[in-house]
Design a protein around this ligand. Sequence first.
Ligand code: NAP
Length: 498
Amino acid sequence: MLVMAYGRSYGLPVITTRGNNVYGPNQFPEKMIPKFILLAMSGKPLPIHGDGSSVRSYLYCEDVAEAFEVVLHKGEIGHVYNVGTKRERRVIDVARDICKLFGKDPESSIQFVENRPFNDQRYFLDDQKLKKLGWQERTNWEDGLKKTMDWYTQNPEWWGDVSGALLPHPRMLMMPGGRLSDGSSEKKDVSSNTVQTFTVVTPKNGDSGDKASLKFLIYGKTGWLGGLLGKLCEKQGITYEYGKGRLEDRASLVADIRSIKPTHVFNAAGLTGRPNVDWCESHKPETIRVNVAGTLTLADVCRENDLLMMNFATGCIFEYDATHPEGSGIGFKEEDKPNFFGSFYSKTKAMVEELLREFDNVCTLRVRMPISSDLNNPRNFITKISRYNKVVDIPNSMTVLDELLPISIEMAKRNLRGIWNFTNPGVVSHNEILEMYKNYIEPGFKWSNFTVEEQAKVIVAARSNNEMDGSKLSKEFPEMLSIKESLLKYVFEPNKRT
Ligand SMILES: NC(=O)c1ccc[n+]([C@@H]2O[C@H](COP(=O)([O-])OP(=O)(O)OC[C@H]3O[C@@H](n4cnc5c(N)ncnc54)[C@H](OP(=O)(O)O)[C@@H]3O)[C@@H](O)[C@H]2O)c1
């Protein structure tokens, strides 16, 4: 209705399609057909909601794609087209057909489970109008189901660990990334950062928790990451409060925890230096007080209170070396010991990370060169390098906050602990980012490079350059994009000006 209203009011060339149930290869296994196929492949029972009498119309995905093509080329602006099929099937019959394809006995393979609240008995669409444009359903049910089964049996690992989606009643969770389980995607604004919702599988490690039972205590209210985290919680409907205490003041942290009674603590507080980390070189006692004593105090108070602390740490504690040379694709792993102490900031962070390894209630997230879709933020790595007179050109691992901050929330829900390289997989160089900047934002943009030696003359402390091994985080979140894909999707496409 809203789309039609916009179309009419502003003369937009809008055509609406209304779809029905779609099936075929590549579908997220939370949907019934791929779910039943995967369950049948692993010899598990097929759960039927209620008595299986509800009826659905299934259309093969290629037919649906053809319908879109027909509507695009032949449809009339302002009209609505139903994409459907007259052939309806009961859920129980779909399950039986899948059992038949796998040579299984439906009686012993089908399991009836509690119905979903408000499970619709039937949806039916009249597709006559679309047929008049020349479209028709071409794939019959048997062929479509067989092709779908063949794809899943040939690509059993495509979706990774989807055990959560295969449960009789998977949960809906807020997550970053690009897909909704029903194939759609929904963009939301988080302080000019894009955040997406999509259904995820139930976690491998522990319970992912439900929003209503969560309460986050966040340190770093006035900071960049802390500010974004709060907004993200608001968007996701998660209760949160910012800590009033100072990290180095134990009593104030204890008071926060007593009054707020959080389920998780996020530490996005720390001294990062203004205008940059060079500040820490001339403020060493202050840096130690907050980044070392303060962080350890918060971890200890959380431990005393059986609370998980999600700690935003840094990956700037490594630099390329003989065993991890630049361009080799060999990244530093979570278990590697820091090897970069060129700045006092990094030195304190490296020391704290080593000590925090001994706290089993801490999840250390090694953030690097954070980037967000807010290109006006002076802390944003892209904003920084696009404003410098000269930049070095070195490939590095980086963190796209729009994609990864929601992952930190999911990690808290999953109660993940230990050290995590909190960067998008792969590396990107300064020049590669500036090329994208030029292509998407400012066509006339020019920059010049200088060497690390020349850079050293204009900064006080050395900067780390490295590649982090992203495999641990990717394994937990297979949907996570590579750094270049993430930059395009979350930063450059939404800000495109050219
Ligand atoms: N930005 C980066 O490039 C980057 C890269 C890698 C890792 N990190 C890490 O991620 C964390 C957050 O970074 P950010 O960029 O969001 O930092 P930020 O913008 O500088 O914000 C730091 C926050 O810490 C708070 N804070 C400082 N001292 C405190 C204390 N003694 N007690 C309680 N709160 C205190 C500040 O609050 P007040 O204003 O009240 O002092 C502020 O809210 C830091 O630990 C940083 O090292 C950042």
